[in-house]
Design a protein around this ligand. Structure first.
Ligand code: BES
Ligand code: ZN
Ligand code: ZN
Length: 497
C-alpha cells in the first residue's frame, strides 16, 4: 500500500475521506461536514443521527450530489479513553472497512488521529504500520478472484505543509515496520512442508540481502563439530537437516558496539516427537517457528531502517518429528555449554534448541539478549491472547521492556523467576530437566530452564509468544500468524537500553 502525503486542500479531489468521530461528537461542526453542499450535509447528518461513535463502529456514506465520493465515518469511542491501544485498533478498522467496501484509495485528516502523549508523527507511524498489518492476507495458496484481492492501494495523509517532511518519514518508517511484520506472518503461515529449516534459512538469506543484512548458516556438520548436542538431539527424528541461521546487521557507526542479540525458536513443525501431540493440538504447529520468523523480520527491518545500532539474530531451525531415530524420553543430551539435558518430554523441544543457541550467542559478547519463543501452551492459560509472557531475573530490564512493549503494540506481562522454581527442573540423571514433573507453572519452568543457559549475559529476557502466535478476533487482522514480537524487537533496537 502506498502511504502518501498531501496538503489539506487536496481533500476535495479524493474519492473517499475517512472521518473519525468520538462518542458524543457533534459532527455538524466537523470542518469537512461543514464544507459540504446543503443537500450532502443534510443527508450526511441524517444518516449520522443513528451513529453513536462507539469504538470501531463504522458508517459508509455516498454523497447524493456525487455518488463517486464516499465518507467513511469511524467511531473512536470515548475521547477520554483514546490512547495508543485504541489508535492501533481504529487504524486497522479503517483498512478493514475500506477493504470490505472495495475502496482502493482514501484520504485521512491527520490531525484527527493524534493521541495525547504521542507526537503526531508517531501517531501516524502507528497508523501506517497497522494499516499494513490490516491490509495483509495470506492468499498464496488460493486462486485469485476475477476482481482481485480486496486490498487498499493508497492512503493519503492530509496535513498542513509545515508537517510534511516529518510526516513523510514517519509514514515510511511505519510502512517498513508493517511490511516486515507481514514478512514474519508469511513465514509462519507457510505450511510446514513448504517451510523446512532449509527453506527458512534460504528465505532469511534472500530477505536479509534485500534489506542490507548478512546471513550465515551453520549446517548439521558445523553444529556437530562445535558440539551442539541439544539442537542435533531434537533434530534426530527428522529427515530435514537442522540449520542455525545467523543474521547480522551493524550500522557503520556501530560496528564496534557490543550487539543486541535476538534469538528466535525456529521449530518449523512441532509434532511433539515421540510425545506425539493429539491431532487438535498439532494443526497450528507449522507456526512453531514464529519466534524465529519474528527475529528474521525484525533484524531485516532494523537494517532497512538503518538504525544506528548493531544487532545479531540467531534462529535454530529444526523440525521435531517422531521416528525410529528420534530422541527419547529419558535420553540425556550434552549441550554446547557442557551442561547435560535430561529429556522428560520430547515435546518440550523449543527450550532444548534454544539452549545451544544461547551458548553460541556468547561468542558475540552481547550487551543484551532477548529470546522469542512459542514455548508453552500454559502461557495462554495464564494470559489469554492479549499478551505474551515476559520472564527475566532483571527487574529494571523488565520495566523497560514493558514500556517498549506498550509503545510497540506487542504487549507483555511479567511472570516471576524466583529461585524457588529452580528445583522443579533439577535433573535426576542429567543436570537439567527439559520439563517440570507436573503441569504446574509450565511457562515459568520454561523460562527457568532457559535461564540456566543465560547466566553469562549482562541482560536477558525470555518472551513466550505462544499466546500471541495467532491473531484473535478482536484484533481486526486476518486469521493466522500475527507476527508477534517483530514490532517489539524493532522498538527495542530504536530505544537502545
Ligand atoms: N510448541 C509448543 C508450545 C505451543 C503450544 C505453542 C500451543 C503454540 C501453541 C511446545 O513445544 C510444547 O509442546 N510445549 C509443551 C511443554 C511441556 C511438554 C512441558 C506444552 O506446552 O505442553
Ligand atoms: Zn513441543
Ligand atoms: Zn514447540
Amino acid at each position: 500500500m502506498k502511504h502518501s502525503f498531501a496538503l489539506l486542500s487536496a481533500q476535495k479531489k479524493i474519492p473517499c475521506l475517512v472521518v473519525p468521530s468520538y462518542k458524543g461528537d457533534s459532527l455538524k461542526r466537523h470542518s469537512f461536514i461543514a464544507s459540504l453542499s446543503d443537500i450532502d450535509r443534510a443527508y450526511a447528518l441524517g444518516s449520522l443521527s443513528r451513529f453513536s461513535g462507539e469504538t470501531l463502529e463504522t458508517l459508509l456514506l455516498f454523497l447524493p450530489s456525487d455518488p463517486a465520493i464516499a465518507l467513511l465515518i469511524v467511531g473512536l469511542g470515548e475521547k477520554s479513553k483514546w490512547n495508543n491501544r485504541t489508535l492501533v485498533k481504529a487504524s486497522r478498522k479503517v483498512i478493514s472497512a475500506l477493504k470490505q467496501a472495495r475502496i482502493k484509495k482514501a484520504g485521512l485528516l491527520c490531525a484527527d488521529w493524534s493521541v495525547s502523549g504521542l507526537t503526531l508523527e508517531r501517531a501516524l507511524e502507528v497508523f501506517s504500520s497497522n494499516a499494513e498489518l490490516a491490509d495483509y492476507e495470506f492468499n498464496r495458496y488460493k486462486e485469485k478472484p476475477k476482481d482481485g484481492w480486496p486490498s487498499v492501494d493508497e492512503l493519503i495523509y492530509l496535513a498542513p505543509q509545515s508537517n510534511a517532511a516529518k510526516i513523510k518519514s514517519a509514514l515510511q518508517t511505519g510502512f517498513t515496520i508493517g511490511q516486515y511484520t507481514n514478512l514474519a506472518r508469511d513465514l509462519a503461515n507457510t505450511p510446514g512442508g513448504d517451510m523446512t529449516p532449509k527453506i527458512l534459512a534460504s528465505e532469511a538469506k534472500r530477505q536479509a540481502e534485500k534489506a542490507g543484512a548478512r546471513v550465515t548458516v551453520l549446517t548439521e556438520a558445523d553444529m556437530k563439530k562445535r558440539g551442539m548436542g541439544a539442537i542435533l538431539g531434537v533434530s534426530k527424528g527428522s529427515k530435514e537437516p537442522a540449520q542455525l541461521i545467523v543474521i547480522e546487521y551493524a550500522h557503520p557507526s556501530a560496528k564496534k558496539q557490543k550487539p543486541l542479540v535476538y534469538i528466535g525458536k525456529g521449530i518449523t513443525f512441532d509434532s511433539g516427537g515421540l510425545h506425539l501431540k493429539p491431532s487438535s493440538s498439532m494443526d497450528e504447529m507449522h507456526m512453531d517457528m514464529s519466534g524465529g520468523a519474528a527475529v528474521v523480520g525484525a533484524v531485516c527491518a532494523i537494517s532497512k531502517l538503518a538504525l544506528k545500532t548493531r544487532v545479531i539474530g540467531i534462529v535454530p531451525a529444526v523440525e521435531n518429528m517422531p521416528s525410529g531415530e528420534s530422541f527419547r524420553p529419558g535420553d540425556v543430551l550434552v549441550s554446547l555449554s557442557g551442561k547435560t539435558i535430561e529429556v522428560v518430554s520430547p515435546d518440550a523441544e523449543g527450550r532444548v534448541v534454544l539452549a545451544d543457541a544461547f551458548t553460541f550467542a556468547e561468542d558475540f559478547s552481547p550487551r543484551m539478549v532477548v529470546d522469542l519463543a512459542t514455548l508453552t501452551g500454559a502461557v495462554t492459560v495464564a494470559l489469554g491472547h492479549h499478551a505474551s509472557a515476559l520472564l527475566t531475573p532483571d527487574e529494571a530490564f523488565a520495566k523497560h521492556l514493558q514500556l517498549v512493549a506498550e509503545q510497540s503494540g506487542d504487549y507483555l506481562w511479567p511472570l516471576p523467576m524466583w529461585e524457588e522454581y529452580e528445583q522443579d527442573i533439577r535433573g535426576a540423571v542429567g543436570d537439567i530437566l527439559n520439563a517440570g514433573k507436573n503441569r504446574e507453572a509450565g511457562t515459568i519452568n520454561g523460562g527457568m530452564f532457559l535461564y540456566q543457559f543465560a547466566k553469562k549475559f549482562p541482560k536477558w529476557a525470555h518472551i513466550d509468544i505462544a499466546s500471541t502466535m495467532t491473531t484473535s478476533t478482536d484484533q481486526v487482522l486476518a486469521k493466522g500468524a500475527s507476527g508477534s514480537g517483530v514490532r517489539l524487537l524493532i522498538e527495542l533496537a530504536r530505544q537502545g537500553s
